[in-house]
Design a binder for this molecule. Structure first.
Ligand SMILES: [Fe+2]
Ligand SMILES: [Fe+2]
Length: 170
């Protein structure tokens, strides 16, 4: 069992994960329209992963006998100037999500809620991976000065990302 306060915080995180899924779906569409199939693929896979994250929270809340409270999902930003800009915004967003997860861990520790703390550790690790893979792409985009042939090569590389339905229970 979890506290009402914890259930509320987990429901808010569930909403943030769906917002992430929505944000990345928009970025995928933006890339598609620019003819950047590889970028579109990368963001589409990212969208799928975020949906899985949301469902992990959904299932955990139900497993703990608490109410799932689906909130409205904000409209994500959809106009971007460049591929570098979308990845910078992705990193910013992931850093915001990391902080949010840390806030949940803080609350779990404060409440001596060991089950929720254990559940959240998967996300703590996942965020390290998210931030590092996005930073790597930003570095590459900077190397090619965010244009021309370089973008074409990075697009090709990003086309190789595949969705692996996730580790752990959902
Ligand atoms: Fe996520
Ligand atoms: Fe994420």
């Amino acid at each position: 069992m979890i506290s009402t306060k914890m259930a509320k915080a987990l429901n808010e995180q569930l909403n943030k994960e769906f917002y992430s899924a929505y944000l990345y779906l928009g970025m995928s569409a933006w890339s598609e329209l620019k003819g950047l199939k590889g970028f579109a693929n990368w963001f589409y896979v990212q969208h799928q992963e975020e949906t899985i994250h949301a469902m992990k929270f959904y299932n955990y809340i139900l497993d703990q006998g608490a109410d799932v409270n689906l909130l409205s999902i904000d409209k994500p930003e959809a106009n971007f100037k460049s591929t570098l800009e979308i990845f910078k915004k992705t990193l910013e967003h992931e850093q915001f999500i990391t902080k949010s997860i840390y806030g949940l861990v803080d609350l779990a520790l404060e409440e001596k809620d060991h089950a929720t703390n254990a559940f959240l550790q998967w996300f703590v690790n996942e965020q390290v991976e998210e931030e590092s893979s996005v930073s790597e792409i930003i570095d590459k985009l900077k190397l090619v000065d965010d244009k021309g042939n370089g973008i074409f090569m990075i697009d090709k590389e990003l086309s190789g990302r595949t969705f692996t339905p996730n580790t752990g229970t959902i």
